[in-house]
Design a protein around this ligand. Structure first.
Ligand code: NDP
Length: 257
């Protein structure tokens, strides 16, 4: 099986859930990246302590994806550590979820979800674009790949308009709308950044047992974080230009928009 050869990786929301497991498995993989920037919104907070228990410490940095200043500061930290080299892989994993319906959702919740789930990944990609482009230029690989330069947006089948009816017993309006926006963003990023050698893809991790799902209460989470992350990391090395601009599940199957 092909291995991911990304030298430098940055993840958001890496203090718990899928983000933390992504860091853990990347560090424990056959070719661990030289740099993993495991960002979270509160590196000094109690939840961030979990990262300190990883087998090898990744480079922690603050990145509240809903705060443009925090993102700008994160770029400066990463640039300084990389000393002139590029960033191969940006994983926009941070996300929020609220069990609201069409009756109960309000403008504040819509904006809150949109800011974190759609605007955050947009700003992260804008801010780290120069480093991603640098990685693409530095690579001798032909075509697009996650080892060369890529943006992976962790999305959900709940953002798929075509597949809405099958899970609409969980309306989660703000979550669905913000993730549908993230899916559109992924397509636009693929069409724009592909020319500069950057692969852009949205991934659905499956229904995974994390804090997010426990908030929902009635979601049928059937995957462990270990299985979901193992699946996602096994498909990253095989992604190419033919997948860029798509929404795929954790097993690599295409999900319609
Ligand atoms: P968790 O609720 O367990 O973790 C969410 C993570 O996002 C936390 O690290 C949280 O940090 C972080 N986060 C939230 N807001 C921000 C912010 N403004 N800035 C930076 N970090 C932030 O969820 P999961 O691990 O399950 O979810 C990870 C991703 O996977 C999300 O994008 C989610 O939508 C997606 N997903 C998950 C599914 C599942 O079944 N679990 C299904 C489909 C998609 P903090 O500790 O500070 O709150």
């Amino acid at each position: 099986m092909a291995a991911l050869r990304a030298r430098t990786v940055l993840l958001t929301g890496s203090n718990r859930g899928l983000g933390l497991e992504l860091v853990r498995q990347l560090l424990g993989g056959p070719r661990p990246p030289a740099w993993i920037f495991a960002t979270c919104r509160d590196p000094e907070g109690p939840r961030a302590q979990v990262s300190a228990r990883l087998p090898l410490p990744p480079a922690p940095a603050e990145a509240n994806v809903a705060d443009p200043t925090a993102i700008t500061n994160a770029v400066k930290i990463v640039e300084a550590k990389l000393s002139g080299t590029g960033l191969n892989l940006l994983i926009n994993n941070a996300g929020i979820y609220a069990p609201v319906t069409l009756d109960t959702v309000d403008s504040e919740e819509m904006i809150r979800a949109y800011k974190t789930n759609a605007v955050g990944p947009l700003l992260m990609a804008q801010a780290f674009l120069p480093l991603l482009k640098k990685a693409a230029r530095e690579s001798t690989d032909k075509g697009l790949s996650c080892s060369k330069a890529a943006i992976v947006n962790i999305s959900t089948v709940m953002g798929s308009i075509e597949r809405t009816a099958e899970s609409f017993f969980k309306p989660v309006i703000s979550y669905r709308c913000s993730k549908a926006a993230l899916n559109m963003l992924t397509k636009c990023q693929a069409l724009t950044y592909g020319e500069t050698g950057i692969l852009c893809v949205a991934l659905h991790p499956g229904w995974v047992k994390t804090d997010m799902v426990s908030v929902c209460g009635y979601c049928p989470a059937d995957l462990t974080v270990d299985t979901s992350v193992r699946g996602m990391l096994s498909i990253l090395p095989i992604l190419s230009e033919k997948h860029s601009g798509s929404l795929l599940n954790w097993e690599g199957k295409v999900i319609p928009w």
